[in-house]
Ligand binder design. Structure first.
Ligand code: LMR
Ligand code: MG
Length: 391
């Protein structure tokens, strides 16, 4: 089998918060008539420059056309040569590599008549515990809205949440106070996610204040500036909870292990450049005696299904994971979305081939956008994932 063509289609999908995220859907065509689909998820992250889709399509065609899609390691190597790691969490090259690698698993799975989980090593679980994100409070007035989000999601079956924290600690405290009072044993918060916004000392002070609420924490996420391996190692010894951090390059993961900076590796294909890289990172974590969680950029269903297949095959996925993207968006581009049940992401059935997602062309047409251009979105909107322009 040979890859004969590639298509990239950009879509802009609104969230319930009003924020519109741009994703790129990948189609790989072959001389056997089998088609692989993938997702370059969520280009709506800083830095505020955009890839040129036409140029990207041409560049990727020059790498991929004529290749045997089963040569996944070789293709990944060539993709890495063209889109090198950058020691940066939101490096757009990683999103590009991830979308292509995902489409290869879809394609090869479909050709063989097996699911992507089987290609990734087989399943040790059929569902993955996940949490719903509560976006960062900038103002006290947002507490009401966020409590309402919890109410609605608890009704729907979610019982674990993740709080983006650290911008307005008073508001965080108000939220936690109300959360514990109203939801008691019905719901818990698995992590305070500081998203690298604070230095480790400031984060440590914030944790001391937020810690007084009994919310069932599993971990503290990203409580230091990006690539501050020493800072993470310091704070790790000062707080009682495990520390987790995202993985965005081999080098960064090596430094985190060498300095024993964290306890839990937060792994997402989009940030490490694909399922292949994510699986490697999870194995490295396992070899270092560490746990992992599946992180998220908030993917659509294709990207989320890919993570479900990956998670199904991981032996050290021993904390609550994050992918709930399809629940955050008002629409998707597939016929049947991934399924959440009682706070779990279900791994697509063994009977499906590849990722098990089928594109809905009418939805693609509806949400199609011409390019990945930014317009006027502010940094605050990007950090808060909201359409509201607040300063
Ligand atoms: C999102 O898009 O909501 C997340 O990727 C935000 C983040 O950076 O954690
Ligand atoms: Mg994102």
């Amino acid at each position: 089998m040979k890859i004969t063509d590639l298509e990239l289609i950009a879509v802009g999908i609104p969230r319930h918060t009003g924020f519109v995220n741009k994703h790129v859907i990948v189609k790989l065509h072959t001389d056997e008539g089998v088609e692989g689909i993938g997702e370059m998820s969520d280009f709506s992250h800083l830095p505020k420059y955009a890839l040129d889709l036409e140029d990207l399509t041409m560049g990727l065609k020059s790498i991929l056309i004529g290749q045997n899609p089963f040569n996944i390691i070789k293709i990944n190597k060539e993709m890495l040569d063209n889109f090198p790691e950058a020691m940066y969490y939101y490096e757009k090259g990683s999103f590009v590599r991830s979308g292509i690698d995902m489409a290869l698993y879809d394609l090869c799975g479909k050709y063989l008549g097996v699911s992507a989980a089987e290609l990734l090593g087989g399943r040790i679980k059929e569902k993955i515990k996940v949490c719903y994100p509560i976006f960062r409070h900038r103002f006290a007035e947002e507490v009401d809205e966020n409590i309402e989000v919890v109410r609605k999601r608890v009704e729907q079956g979610f019982d674990v949440f993740r709080l983006y924290a650290g911008k307005n600690i008073e508001a965080d405290e108000m939220f936690l106070e109300r959360f514990t009072k109203e939801f008691g044993s019905k719901a818990r918060i698995k992590s305070f996610d500081f998203s690298h916004l604070l230095g480790w000392k400031e984060a440590n002070m914030a944790i001391k204040r937020l810690n007084k609420y009994e919310v069932g924490l599993e971990m503290i996420e990203s409580p230091a500036h990006r690539n501050d391996f020493d800072g993470l190692a310091q704070i790790r010894l000062k707080v009682d909870y495990p520390i987790s951090e995202h993985i965005w390059s081999d080098r960064q993961q090596y430094e985190l292990i060498k300095k024993d900076s964290i306890d839990i590796f937060n792994i997402s294909p989009v940030f490490i450049g694909g399922l292949t890289g994510a699986k490697k990172a999870a194995h490295v974590a396992e070899a270092a005696g560490k746990g992992c969680v599946l992180g998220t950029t908030q993917e659509l269903s294709i990207g989320t299904a890919a993570m479900a297949h990956l998670g199904a095959s991981l032996i050290n996925l021993n904390y609550t994971s994050d992918p709930t993207g399809p629940e955050l968006y008002t629409a998707d581009v597939v016929k049947d979305k991934v399924v959440y049940e009682k706070g779990y992401l279900l791994v697509p059935s063994r009977d499906i081939d590849g990722l098990g997602m089928e594109l809905d062309e009418s939805k693609i047409e509806k949400y199609r956008v011409d390019d990945l251009k930014w317009g006027e979105t502010s940094v605050h909107q990007l950090q808060d994932r909201t359409s509201q322009k607040k300063n």
